[in-house]
Every structure is written in C-alpha cells, then in structure tokens.
Ligand binder design. Sequence first.
Ligand SMILES: [Zn+2]
Length: 525
Amino acid sequence: MVFKMHWADVIASRLKSSGGPHRIATGITPSGHIHVGNMREILTGDLVHKASLDADVDSKLYYLADDFDPLRKVYPFLPDHYKEHVGKPLSEIPSPGEDDGTYSNYFLDPFLGSVRSLGIEAEVLPSSISYREGKYAEPIKILLDNRDKVKEILERVSKRDLPDDWLPYNSKCPHCGRIDSTKALSWEEPYVHFKCSCGHEGKADTRTDDGKLPWRLDWPARWYWLGVTCEPFGKDHAAAGGSYDTSSEIMRSILGKEPPEPVVYEWIQLKGKGAMSSSKGVVVSGVDMLKMTPPEVLRFLIARNQPSRHIDMDPGLGILNLVDEFDRYEKEYYLNEEDVEEKGDRRRAFELSMVDRSNNGPIPVQVPYRHLVTLVQLVDDLEGLKAMVMRTEGISEMDEISTHMLQQRADSVRFWLDRFAPEMVKFTLFDEPPDDEVKNLTDEMVLSLRAMREDLPKIEWNAENIHHTIYEGSRARDINPKITFRSFYRILLGRDRGPRLGFFLSTMSRDDILRKLDITFDKIN
Ligand SMILES: [Zn+2]
C-alpha cells in the first residue's frame, strides 16, 4: 500500500525543499460580509502553514486586508447615501453599522473573531497601514522608474491597451477623498503629480498613504516587501493572462525576485444557488458557518478536499452529513491504528482539522449531530441534555473534554435549527395527545398503538429494541410498520413524520410513553 500524503504536506515539502524562511499570504477586500467561501482562502493558507511548521519549516502566515481599496459601488445591503462614498478607500468610509468605526472594520472585525476560534494564528496587515508606514515605497519607486516596461508587460500579458502617458499609481484626492478618480501626470521621486476629475490638482507622496498601486501591481509589490513565498488564491486570478501571470512576470523581470508558490483553490458553492458572492447576497457568512458547526468541522470541510476540488455546501441537511463524516474521520483517527499507511491522508486531514491538538487521550464521546437535533428540542439545559445523552447513547461517564464538546455542539445545533434547518426536522412535543389527533386516528392506527401498548412493556428500554419491536410487533399482527410510525408521530407531534422513532421514544421514559398511549385509548372510549 502506498502512503498517500495530504495535500498540505505535499505543498509544505515543496516549500521545505526550496529553502526558507517562508511567508504565506492570504487576504481579502473587506467590502461586504465575509462569507464561508472566503474562509477557504485563509484556511487553505493556515493548513499549509501548520503542515510547514510540522515539517520544521520556518513559516509565518499573514492576512492582508485590502482596506485601502475603493468602495466600488453602493451594494444592495448599503443605504443610498453611500453614493457619496463610492471611490473612497474602505478604511476612510464610516461604518454602515451602529458603531462609529470604519467601513472596513465593520466587516473585518467579526471575521477576525471567527479566525481566532478556528485556531488560526495569522498576522493581520491592513493595507491602509502598510501604505501609511511606507512599506510599499521601494517597490513603488522601482515600478514608476520602470513604467515603460511595466506598461509593456501589462499590455502584452493581459491583452489590454493603456494610454501612452499612463503611470502605475493612483493618488488619493485630498479634496473629494476618492482614490479612483485621479490621473497621474508625472513622477518626480518621491512625488506623483496628479489631477482629479473633481478639478483638484496636487502631488502625492508615494512613501505614505497619499495613494496606492493599481491591483495588478499592488500584488507583486506586496510579494516584494513582505517576502511572500506561498499564496493561496481563487481560480479567477489564475486564468491565462490573469493577475497571477502579469504579477509573476513583473516580479521576475522588474522587481527581480521569484513569485510565490501558487495554491489555486476552487469556489465553494451554495447547493442549488451557484457561487457565493457577497454582492449578490447569496451568502452564508463565515460567522454563521462557525455558529452552526464546531470550528473543527469548518476546518475539516477545507482540509479533506483538495484545493482544486470544488465544494458544494448545503447549509440545510448537508450540515448533518458533514458532521457525520467528521465523526467517522475522528473515529478512524483514534481507533484504527493499523490503517495508518492506507489512510494516511485521511488521518492527516482530521489531525489538521483539530483546533487543539493536545488531546492524546481517548476518543471524545461522539454524540451524532442528528441525535442532538432531536435532543435539544426536548431539553434546554446542559445538565438535562447530558443526562439524556448518557441514557440514550448508553454512556456511563463523560469527561470534561466531552462535556465541553457536547455543549459546543448543542449550541451549534440550536443555531442551525433557528437559522438554516429545514422545517421537516423541527418539532414540538405535545404534553399529551390532543383530542383532534386522537379523533383522526383510523381503526388500523388505533390497532397499531394497542399492539405497542402490549409489546413495549416487555422489552429493555433502548432505541434499538424499541425500533425492532415496532417493526416486528406490527408485522406479527399484519400491520404495515409505516402505519405504526405514523400513529406515534400523530399523537406525539401532530405530524406524519418525525425523528427516528426508536431513538425518539428512547429519549423519554417508558412510563411516559405508556401514559400517553393510555390517555389516547381513554379519549377514544
Ligand atoms: Zn477629487
């Protein structure tokens, strides 16, 4: 059996063989809610970073927030009066929220909170500050000094025409505040003279945040000053003639360094809705995703898929399957030592998904997500939940780690039920069977319940036995088990379907179920 390496380890070993130190850059333009699709970038970077550290590579992870980019338009989620801010840097526009901070921080701050809970340790570098501190001064000078060569590369590789007097620098107009409406007139180190469409003329000091490089030059410039050696980015930048191609050639032939190792990742799509995009409003925010699954599961979603594989994300029932799959990997990781060779990359995917890798102890108690979906709708508090879990899952003891994980999962499931779960999994349990439901039972349904009243007192009370009894007891009396299932759901929930019945009944005491059956029969008579 060939040992299969995890993709992050493959990249890490490439980085190791090319020497070091390694600087991995990820980032975003914080112009709207940061969705789970964007999470792929920073998690991909973090997985490569962690794999590099494991391989003794000198590695650092950065998160570059492009808050010095202009607001491109009034997005649907913004009030109309944001028209006056279009074209200004995001870091210089007021927050659209209640706070008195900046536009960019309004979207960035909650995301950075999520990033920490995912166990990602990235140094955050807002571009507004990097420009202000003069980090870009040297590459800006080199690019402006070589403006003919820059222009030739951009025109040839990206197949577009630039004006003859074009200069690669966008000044910020101190009069109208826009950074996208000025035209550079001349370069006289360290100043760029400009004229704005508002009429204002002035000079920008390129060693400060008086202006910035256009995107296709900003990218190689940051590789240059930060020493970036590896960078994950979406496939849009990887197209032939796209920004990675132009940036790479500019990096090599003008800035004189090698471009970073690219890690191109595919989109995350929302099932049935197409690619996620903050501007189109097709969004599950990264924060939402973290609230509906434990952080390990979000890491796992990215770790178990090759970056080149597109991910279909179903925030409805798909979440239950995703957590089930995570649980299977966890079990393998802790229990199947002999499969190390064959399942090396699966074990590693799980290992890289852990937020805290210090647990070398026994496997934590796994409570299936779909069971929790039922349980949290029956009990509110952690103690009650814990007791019910121990009873229904047949667990005699629950250590601190497992209790903590149970609480985390219960909170996630409640959030999911509230925001994303389909109606079919939600229910309210009747205190006792209501008259209407009893009246509507057919003769066959009543027979099925009477049969259960006879059989259920005879068994040991657990999910499997109950399930078996419903099947066999019904069949023994020529009743379709489906009828029996439906009868229970009607008198307990007032619906035709519900949670898996054997498990569901086992969450309640036998006495309680028998009492509810007796009330039903009393009401019939
Ligand atoms: Zn202006």
